[in-house]
Design a binder for this molecule. Structure first.
Ligand SMILES: NC(=O)c1ccc[n+]([C@@H]2O[C@H](COP(=O)([O-])OP(=O)(O)OC[C@H]3O[C@@H](n4cnc5c(N)ncnc54)[C@H](OP(=O)(O)O)[C@@H]3O)[C@@H](O)[C@H]2O)c1
Length: 326
């Protein structure tokens, strides 16, 4: 495993583990996944040197935190445990109470990283950061993070907290590259971290799916990338991933992850539906892409032009509610 070169109390692994899948009905992995496989995934992740584990109070309405807490058991020494608050009514006493509730579900004495899941469109960050500051002062929270924040709002959050907001967890993958514009340069120049979520585009970049083999679960039924037309349009990008993968005796998913964490300030938190996937994702941390390979992937990503916006959403709705074909 490789670790981030940022000054934190504990090392942060370049590949972490996303735990949304744990206990979430929307991923549809079922009870034996939640009761057994999740524990095995976490156990293997610990053995392989993963330190970053990411969950949220909203995932499975607390179930993901409970499963992760159970699976981690007492192996807490070197982990960097991250969860998130959904900022509904984010006044300080509520923030403090919600952190305690998350820590209890996680069976944790403290949270290494407590993130604001998304910017509240109405309430400014001064309100929530008052709670965060109090949590840091009593030692329940180590680092504060945000998620889905613009650069401007990330900086405003730091101003409100009065110290660093270590990380911004955002959508970042070969099919979602907007963080390259300003978040990555900011993180690099200020010793901050970008945590890439959906780094495999929810499995699209594994190359497992195509027009005739689409995943069946609610998360991906609602993701326009899995529309048949978009799966077809992604074929060139998947082919580029396969070509690089062949040169490294790796898989397209591993190359997609190696591409994401190529940047020094980025870590990725792929979810996994099996222990094998977790092992494969961890191994991606060791893959060094050459400049030529990196550029070839950028170029293939730029050529991928999915259907987006209203056109995509109307197709998703039609496919979901059965009016015509997607
Ligand atoms: N902050 C936010 O707003 C936000 C939003 C979304 C996610 N997140 C976080 O980010 C984490 C990851 O994002 P995500 O789950 O949306 O997407 P992801 O990590 O891109 O995709 C995960 C899915 O990809 C497939 N996969 C994983 N490893 C694979 C491998 N080695 N080979 C082939 N397929 C593989 C699995 O699905 P199948 O096996 O079923 O194909 C798995 O469930 C979440 O768990 C969550 O912690 C945060």
């Amino acid at each position: 495993m490789r670790y981030l070169n940022v000054d934190t109390a504990k090392k942060i692994s370049k590949i972490g583990l996303g735990a949304w899948q744990f206990g979430s009905k929307d991923w549809g992995y079922g009870d034996s996944y939640a009761d057994n496989v999740a524990d095995a995934i976490v156990g293997r992740a610990l053995e392989l040197g993963v330190t970053l584990f990411d969950t949220a109070e909203i995932y499975g309405y607390g179930r993901s935190e409970r499963i992760l807490g159970r699976a981690l058991g007492d192996k807490r020494e070197s982990i960097f445990l991250a969860t998130k608050i959904l900022p509904v009514l984010p006044v300080a006493p509520v923030v403090e109470q919600r952190a305690v509730a998350s820590a209890n579900r996680l069976k944790a004495r403290w949270l290494d990283l407590y993130q604001v899941h998304q910017p509240n469109p109405v309430v400014r960050d001064g309100t929530i950061m008052r709670g965060m500051r109090a949590l840091q002062q009593v030692g329940l929270v180590g680092e504060v993070g945000v998620s889905n924040y613009s650069l401007q709002r990330w900086r405003a959050a730091e101003h409100a907290l009065g110290s660093r907001v270590l990380s911004n967890q955002v959508l970042y993958s070969l099919v979602a590259r907007s963080p390259e514009r300003d978040l990555l340069p900011y993180a690099e120049s200020h010793g901050r971290v970008v945590i890439a979520y959906s780094p495999l585009a929810q499995g699209l970049l594994s190359g497992r799916y195509d027009r005739d083999h689409r995943p069946a679960n609610r998360v991906r039924a609602a993701n326009p990338l899995f529309l048949p037309e978009n799966l077809e349009r992604a074929e060139g990008l998947i082919a580029a991933l396969r070509e690089v993968a062949d040169a490294h005796s790796a898989t397209p998913a591993q190359i997609a992850l190696a591409w994401v964490i190529h940047h020094p300030s980025v870590v990725a938190i792929p979810g996994a539906s099996s222990v094998e996937q977790l092992e494969s994702n961890v191994a991606a941390a060791e893959i060094e892409l050459t400049d030529v390979e990196y550029q070839a992937l950028q170029a293939a990503a730029a050529r991928f032009q999915p259907i987006t916006g209203a056109a995509a959403w109307s197709r998703v709705a039609r496919a979901r509610f059965g009016r015509g074909t997607a």
